[in-house]
Design a protein around this ligand. Structure first.
Ligand code: PLP
Length: 398
């Protein structure tokens, strides 16, 4: 490692990916592990989307694609943004990427200079801080309060702004908390942004469809700040297409052009077959997503009922996405039957894997060291069994 760059030495492997690896290793030894560490739908990609991908191969979509994506796909994304979000964009404002993850990385690399600060509403998705650090920026997490379902307020946001602030970023619905910003809350955040025209806002809306409140609000809907907002979205969650690696951003044309230039030197246009599948997905509307969302909603209620029965967990009600994110700090300082002391949420996650054979992700990698994240994207029987085991293991802590 002496040969490696400071850049690579400073970042950690994604915690969710690390936990998934550990749980697979245990499963390979024959242990019946229930893996609730994934940020992934447990549904298959809808058949009509798979069929479009097969047809794409037969139709000869096997060549390099335009760097920002096929024009018809970008037009379909514009149509979607108008239909679902009442946002008007032209195809030159869209850059299609290898997952929303690359869309986020593109915009961070495009905006952030060394030393620039990026305010990250915390708890946040694991890769936000690492991507800012890779761009040699400074990640400035600001934590929402448990009483406000971990949602950062406009006043808390404004208080964190300094002359070095370049951007702010958040997800709504939020991974890991499931919190959903209301129109009033985002409106107040937009007012702060309007007072700071040099600050960009990266609005990660990848869980848009998985929302139990009935209303998704896009920050870009507030006209005064639309040009400051970069909307991130993708196909992984709503269409159960994680493996296809397809996401996009929508932004001011100059910002989109800069991301296009960056992507042209790194990956070029993303996979031709995935893009044809994405076009079919959008043309099919959101009815396949709506069916999955019913299941996520039911499981959310199921799991909330199960955790209510477990003393020591403080769990806000998630309004979207497919996670619960309880505060587990009541267990810190206690000792497990095998003698191990639980000092923090990583110790607790490892204990639950060892003792309950349930994989979860500790909150520190989401900027919330008192918490732990469980995915609820699993079959009802698995969830019921998992939380019964968790209850037993937690009760065994002295
Ligand atoms: N943003 C958030 C909040 C996520 O949870 C994820 C995936 O877990 C992503 C972005 C990246 O999604 P994609 O699969 O499109 O790269």
């Amino acid at each position: 490692t002496a040969y490696f760059s400071d850049r690579i030495l400073q970042i950690q492997e994604s915690a969710t990916i690390a936990m998934a690896k550990k749980s697979r290793e245990l499963a390979a030894q024959g242990v019946d592990v229930i893996n609730l560490s994934f940020g992934e739908p447990d549904f298959q990609t809808p058949q009509y989307i798979k069929d479009a991908a097969k047809k794409a191969i037969d139709d000869g979509f096997t060549f390099y694609t335009p760097v920002p994506g096929y024009l018809d796909l970008r037009q379909a994304i514009c149509d979607k943004l108008l239909r679902d979000n009442r946002l008007t964009y032209a195809p030159n404002q869209i850059v299609v990427s290898t997952g929303a993850k690359q869309a986020l990385s593109n915009i961070i690399m495009t905006l952030v200079n060394p030393g620039d600060e990026v305010i990250i509403f915390s708890p946040y998705w694991v890769s936000y801080a690492a991507q800012v650090e890779l761009a040699e920026g400074v990640a400035v997490p600001i934590m929402g309060s448990l009483e406000n379902d971990y949602k950062v307020t406009a006043a808390e946001f404004e208080a964190a702004i300094t002359p070095r602030t370049k951007a702010v970023m958040y997800s709504s619905p939020c991974n890991p908390t499931g919190a959903v910003f209301s129109r009033a809350e985002l409106g107040a955040i937009a007012e702060v942004l309007a007072r700071h025209p040099g600050i960009f806002a990266i609005a990660d809306e990848i869980y848009e469809y998985i929302n139990f409140t009935g209303e998704h609000v896009s920050l870009a809907q507030f006209d005064a700040v639309k040009d400051q907002v970069i909307t991130i979205n993708g196909f992984s969650k709503g269409y159960a297409m994680t493996g296809w690696r397809l996401g996009y951003l929508a932004a001011h044309p100059a910002v989109a052009a800069a991301c296009d230039k960056l992507q042209s030197q790194i990956t070029s246009g993303t996979c031709s077959i995935a893009q044809r599948a994405g076009l079919a997905a959008l043309q099919g509307g959101r009815s396949s997503a709506d069916e999955m969302v019913q299941a996520y909603h039911r499981r959310r209620d199921l799991v909330l009922g199960l955790v209510k029965d477990i003393p020591g967990l403080k769990t806000p009600t998630p309004d979207g996405a497919f996670y619960i994110f309880p505060d587990v700090s009541d267990f810190f300082g206690r000792t497990a039957p095998d003698g191990a002391v639980i000092n923090d949420s990583s110790d607790l996650a490892l204990y639950l894997l060892r003792d309950a054979h349930v994989a979860a992700v500790s909150g520190d990698s989401f900027g919330a060291p008192d918490c732990i994240r469980f995915s609820t994207a699993a079959a009802d029987e698995k969830l019921t069994e998992a939380f019964a085991r968790i209850k037993k293991s937690l009760a065994a802590l002295q």
